[in-house]
Design a protein around this ligand. Structure first.
Ligand SMILES: [Zn+2]
Length: 86
């Protein structure tokens, strides 16, 4: 059976599933991510768009850097994801 990970934001309005193995995992503490996440560090788990399934809700998107889109829950503010062309 293929691996499926699920997750949700703090309030539960946004939920998603990720199919298969992540293509990368990154320990990140750069300035942009610290400000966006509101934490001194975060661990990113990377999936391709084809592996990501939104199960519930619609995240709000924000971009400060060309080519980079960050999403978050419009109700509770939890960070949902980061995407770029790579
Ligand atoms: Zn939420």
């Amino acid at each position: 059976m293929p691996r499926v990970e699920t997750g949700a934001c703090f309030c539960g309005a946004i939920a998603a599933a990720m199919d298969g193995e992540p293509f990368w995992i990154c320990y990140d503490h750069d300035d942009d991510c610290r400000r966006a996440i509101g934490s001194p560090l975060t661990i990113w788990v990377g999936y391709r768009p084809s592996q990501f399934r939104l199960l519930k809700g619609t995240p709000k998107a924000f971009s400060r850097t060309p080519g980079v889109v960050r999403t978050f829950c419009p109700d509770c503010g939890s960070s949902i994801g980061y995407s770029d062309e790579g």
